[in-house]
Design a protein around this ligand. Structure first.
Ligand SMILES: Cc1cc2nc3c(=O)[nH]c(=O)nc-3n(C[C@H](O)[C@H](O)[C@H](O)COP(=O)(O)O)c2cc1C
Length: 363
């Protein structure tokens, strides 16, 4: 009986959705008045008008340029079926986008209906082909039941991945022998860097804490910004990285004492799935690594260089390449040795220097 009732309810809900999504809901068109606000732009896909209404309202609020994405999902039964099957297959359909100049835009609102708990496929195609480098992207979804956070996170990763793939120097070929590894700080410089980072963290700068995570935990910038409150575990002693692009990337890190109170403070009073640092792009820890370098008066290194220094110091402390590789999330130890740790460190693996070196302890 219960099963039949559930089935009937399910069919009824589906019928309502089909009827609703076949009916176009008109809204008042918008185009900017006078000089548009070029810092903001709105790009949207809508099949039956709800997302279009939301997109127009956002554009109207900011007097921002707006562009529509078109895709081939007619508002009849066949279009509904195609929408469902493309959403299920996570397809990237062909799209046409109204012309819009995003060059001066700082924040882009992407608006879409929810199809199977995630943005509709046309939006996924859009982020693959649009140049959103350096822009803040705000995703707005309309729907009639629910979305899944993991799908939204995946969409965010797709946008961020595209940022990296479209790095303007990515196609520039190096001349001469490729040098592995990024410039690293010397130990005295790293101590000065840490002292400055702690001072800033004490002053409430979350970015300084994120930057310290690159050095003290050897974490990637993307891993730092994607940590959520519940990843900090065991009274702040452990940090989980449960999802990663490789198996080796999934790991649990031991949080050094110096970092623990800061992370615990960030996690206090927040819900389990709240981002530990709030919403930030992966550029954020990188920028902070460099900001701290500047303020500490040491050479500017990259966040990746900090990850390398972590590896060098850990190797010098006598930890084997395997342990360092595991804590950095590398699949094989030779990547760690070639790209991160300085050769001297690998050779002098028995020197007893650990992260306490950075806190000013004897080597
Ligand atoms: C194929 C398909 C799948 C859908 N899946 C969801 C869903 O998972 N969650 C949800 O809240 N709404 C879902 N909906 C409902 C639409 O998201 C909702 O009606 C939306 O507001 C339509 O926006 P539009 O008028 O801009 O096309 C789905 C609709 C379609 C056509």
């Amino acid at each position: 009986m219960v099963v039949v009732a559930a089935a009937v309810l399910g069919i009824a809900a589906f019928a309502v959705m089909v009827a609703k999504d076949r009916t176009y809901v008109a809204s008042v068109p918008f185009s900017p008045q006078g000089e548009p606000n070029r810092e903001i732009a709105v790009v949207y896909y809508s099949r039956s008008g709800h997302s279009e209404a939301a997109a127009r309202e956002i554009a109207r609020t900011f007097n921002a340029p707006i562009a529509r994405i078109d895709a081939d999902y007619p508002r009849d039964f066949s279009g509904q079926g195609k929408a469902l099957s493309d959403a299920r297959a996570e397809a990237h359909p062909q799209i046409r986008v109204e012309p819009i100049d995003l060059a001066p835009t700082r924040r882009v609102f992407l608006v879409s209906p929810t199809w199977l708990f995630r943005p509709a496929p046309p939006l996924w195609t859009y982020v693959e082909q649009a140049d959103l480098r350096g822009k803040e992207v705000v995703l707005v979804m309309t729907g009639n039941s629910r979305y899944k956070q993991e799908e939204i996170d995946e969409f965010g990763r797709r946008v961020a991945k595209h940022w990296l793939r479209s790095n303007p120097v990515a196609d520039v070929e190096g001349v001469g022998k490729r040098r592995h590894g990024k410039a690293q700080l010397r130990i005295d410089e790293a101590r000065r860097w840490m002292a400055k980072a702690i001072e800033l963290a004490d002053g409430g700068e979350g970015g300084a804490i994120a930057a310290m995570m690159a050095l003290l935990l050897g974490m990637r910038a993307s891993e730092i910004v994607s940590r959520v409150v519940r990843d900090l575990d065991d009274d702040g002693h452990l940090l989980w990285i449960p999802t990663a692009k490789t198996e080796a990337g999934k790991r649990t890190l031991r949080v050094p004492d110096v970092l623990r109170p800061y992370l615990q403070r960030l996690a206090a009073d927040s819900t389990p799935h709240a981002p530990l640092f709030g919403q930030h792009w992966r550029d954020w820890p990188r920028e902070w690594v460099q900001r701290v370098c500047e303020l500490a008066g040491v050479p500017k290194v990259t966040a990746h260089g900090m990850r390398g220094l972590h590896s060098t110091l850990a190797m010098e402390a006598g930890i084997t390449g395997h342990v360092v590789a595991a804590s950095l999330g590398h699949e094989n130890v030779s990547t760690t040795v070639q790209s991160y740790a300085k050769p001297e460190a690998v050779a002098g693996a028995q020197q007893r220097r650990a992260l306490r070196v950075l806190a000013g302890g004897a080597g």
